[in-house]
Write a protein that binds this ligand. Structure first.
Ligand SMILES: Cc1cc2nc3c(=O)[nH]c(=O)nc-3n(C[C@H](O)[C@H](O)[C@H](O)COP(=O)(O)O)c2cc1C
Length: 347
């Protein structure tokens, strides 16, 4: 999967293709840090008192029914190659009832020629589908109008704004002004007709930040914690300057591990929608994250290789994750996602 031709999405599209290539080919996991989920264990229930076939993964995303509590994390779009990744993910997400976020729609807001690389609604008519923009763009000339355009373009159920301060620092072309963003996020929450969520990109969200975000109207928080993809490691691969590469390496173990971030955000916001993501690989990871208090669990890079391959490969991964989640629920006697979320069998 080498892509070297000019991309229709311009510089942003080229960067997206480069990110996908690096995430597929290079070691980009955090080093010396894990999600923390491995520190938790379910207390096995030898007498589950349920029929495995009655296990029900159904849930709701902010009132919209969904067949699973599982999410394909915002990844990509904006170029020819990434469009086919999005299409494979969208088709299988619709078939299996996963929610999906497309990657940052900035490229399409700036250049309508690449809009179709994000337009997955026809392939995924019923699932919760989310547009995505970098929150820092709200300091770079974008505002509620551009956010609304991003939502309309994707025909999305909501908008996810991502917080990626450390990634921007390590991007040669990064946007560095994060000052005053909370007020700008508030403006967007007030102006948009759809829910606005906020996510990190792999360094987690702490309790105080989650509380501030909820107070200005953010409808859901996706912790995108540490222990999986490290964006300082990804950007390191694109840095020509050896000194900055070394600086990026110093952040290989940065961030709030996913399990810790979910616990913090749930404690700060007992009734808010919380998504657990960052380094999730299996349905057992998802089960643990939900048992820690999350309403849903998101998968990013662990789906990328399959998405770069074929719909069948994506379907295999998603089916496996669902099966693992169901078996974990059986193993503790939880029939519904609500029973899993409130279980006391996670120690
Ligand atoms: C190739 C790739 C591109 C990504 N692009 C975006 C993006 O445009 N917007 C965003 O919010 N997150 C983006 N992410 C971050 C993921 O949504 C996720 O938060 C992060 O990778 C951590 O999860 P993981 O360990 O499961 O990969 C991207 C991730 C990957 C692997």
């Amino acid at each position: 999967m080498q892509e070297r031709q000019p991309e229709p999405g311009g510089l942003t599209g080229q960067r997206k293709s480069e990110h996908v290539r690096i995430c597929l080919e290079e070691p980009v996991n955090g080093i010396g840090i894990t999600t923390g989920l491995e520190r938790y264990r379910f207390v096995h229930q030898a007498l589950p008192d349920i029929d495995y076939r009655d296990i029900d993964l159904a849930t709701a995303w902010l009132g919209k029914p969904a067949r699973t509590p599982l999410l394909i994390s915002s990844m990509t779009g904006g170029s020819t190659h990434t469009a086919s990744i999005n299409r494979r993910l969208a088709v299988v997400a619709e078939a299996r009832g996963w929610a999906m976020g497309v990657g940052s729609v900035r490229a399409a807001v700036e250049n309508p020629d690449v809009a179709d690389t994000f337009q997955m609604r026809d392939l995924a008519p019923t699932i919760p589908l989310f547009a995505n923009l970098g929150a820092v763009q709200l300091n770079m000339g974008m505002g509620p109008d551009e956010c609304r355009r991003a939502v309309e373009l994707v025909r999305a159920d909501g908008l996810i704004l991502h917080l990626n301060a450390l990634q921007e620092v390590f991007q040669p072309e990064g946007d560095l002004n994060f000052a005053g963003l909370l007020r700008r996020i508030e403006e967007v929450c007030r102006a948009l007709e759809v829910p606005v969520g906020v996510k990190e990109v792999g360094w987690g969200i702490a309790a105080d930040t989650a509380k501030q975000l909820a107070d200005v109207g953010v409808a859901f928080i996706d912790v995108a914690g540490a222990g999986g993809t490290s964006w300082s490691q990804v950007e390191k691969m694109r840095l020509p300057d050896p000194v900055r590469r070394q600086a990026a390496e110093a952040f290989a173990d940065w961030g709030i591990p996913t399990a810790e971030s979910v616990r913090q955000v749930r404690a700060a916001l007992p009734d808010h929608m919380v998504v657990a993501s960052g380094g999730l690989r299996t349905g057992v990871d998802a089960a643990k994250a939900i048992a820690l208090g999350a309403n849903a669990a998101g998968f990013g890079r662990s789906l990328l290789a399959a998405a770069a391959d074929s719909e069948t490969a994506v379907d295999d991964v998603l089916a496996r994750v669902e099966t693992e989640l169901r078996i974990a629920m059986f193993g503790i006697g939880a029939r519904t996602i609500e029973q899993l979320r409130t279980t006391e069998r996670l120690v």
